[in-house]
Design a protein around this ligand. Structure first.
Ligand code: NDP
Length: 306
């Protein structure tokens, strides 16, 4: 079985930054990128709030650049998805893609988070046939058509604003009478003439036929049930941390986020560190994920050299 000093799981800003720092600290890191190399940022449009890019940068370009930086500095980036973990003793043992086993003296978990769904049967039925959790991936298919976005946070506003440039009409389905999003993102949707916010509404059912989604049945707080006609239905109601594989080994909070010790990235198991969205229910920004990736590499370096 291959043995490495520092194993990093996750190809997002946290993982790549950890790889950059761990390489420069001569830890010879190996990083498995998972199912979505580049992470969630590859599914977003322009990023205007990552410092250093005066005119903004596309998520894909930012991640490609971070990735190449890690490779240039000597990190060993590999395709592969971790399917099993044994953190009972050091070195830790992980299984990649069901068959390859690898052990590591220190482990950095940077597996990120995944979009949440409403949990409706009809949502499951029409996944990939009009139901999507990524407007920037799938919005293109709804050019000049009507779509709905569920949620009232920054993601929902970003997605609605993106879709408003492609689609004829965008409904935002918001369960309260306020948006959770930041004022700047709220303004974007308020200013878009083809975005209509349906306040105090929840989705009872997604309607469709053999060709896919045709509409949604909504329930307003006052009890009124009504249908809207849409071809695309986009979820933007938050994320679930990708920690399931480690939940039996590490302390997690009630929502599954890995618990870290104070201001460090140390988890409840010595030698295991967590960085990025998998341990951050609060900030969840590319820049904070990158920063915690840096911290995890520094924590791992201290651990390995102590
Ligand atoms: P949030 O948790 O911030 O918002 C989720 C939204 O979905 C809320 O409006 C919530 O409603 C709603 N919601 C949750 N569950 C349901 C449900 N079952 N049915 C209907 N609506 C539901 O998640 P986001 O993904 O929007 O944002 C996550 C983090 O990422 C935030 O910190 C955000 O600021 C950040 N972000 C920043 C961006 C930027 O700066 N460019 C872009 C995207 C995200 P309610 O308000 O009632 O709870």
């Amino acid at each position: 079985m291959e043995k490495v000093r520092c194993l990093i799981i996750g190809g997002g800003p946290a993982g790549y930054t950890a790889a950059i720092y761990a390489s420069r600290a001569n830890l010879s890191p190996v990083l498995y990128e998972g199912l979505q190399p580049g992470g969630q940022l590859t599914t977003t449009t322009d990023i205007e709030n990552f410092p250093g890019f005066e005119d903004g940068i596309s998520g894909q370009t930012l991640m490609d650049t971070m990735r190449r930086q890690a490779v240039r500095l000597g990190a060993d980036l590999r395709n592969g998805f971790v399917t099993d973990a044994d953190l009972s003793s050091r070195p830790f043992t992980l299984t990649i893609d069901g068959d390859t086993r690898i052990s590591a003296d220190a482990l950095i978990i940077a597996t990120g988070a995944t979009a949440k769904y409403l949990g409706l049967e009809s949502e499951e039925k029409f996944k990939g046939m009009g139901v999507s959790a990524c407007a920037t991936c799938d919005g293109f298919f709804y050019r000049n058509r009507k779509v709905a976005v569920v949620g009232g946070g920054d993601t929902a506003c970003e997605e609605a604003s993106y879709l408003s440039n492609i689609c004829e009409k965008v409904y935002m389905i918001v369960r309260r009478d306020v948006l959770r999003a930041s004022p700047a993102m709220q303004k974007k949707v308020m200013d878009a003439p083809n975005v209509e916010i349906l306040w105090n509404c929840s989705t009872k059912e997604i309607l469709g036929d053999n060709s896919g989604v045709t509409g949604a049945r909504l329930l307003r707080k006052d009890g009124e049930v009504f249908d809207i006609a849409v071809d695309g239905f986009f979820l933007a109601i938050g994320h679930h941390p990708n920690s399931d594989l480690f939940a039996g080994w590490l302390e997690t909070d009630s929502n599954g986020y890995i618990v870290t010790d104070g201001k460090t990235t140390r988890t409840s198991v010595d030698g295991v560190f967590a960085a990025g969205d998998v341990q951050d229910p609060m900030y969840r920004q590319a820049v904070t994920a990158a920063a915690s990736g840096c911290m995890a590499a520094l924590d791992a370096e201290r651990f390995l050299n102590s």
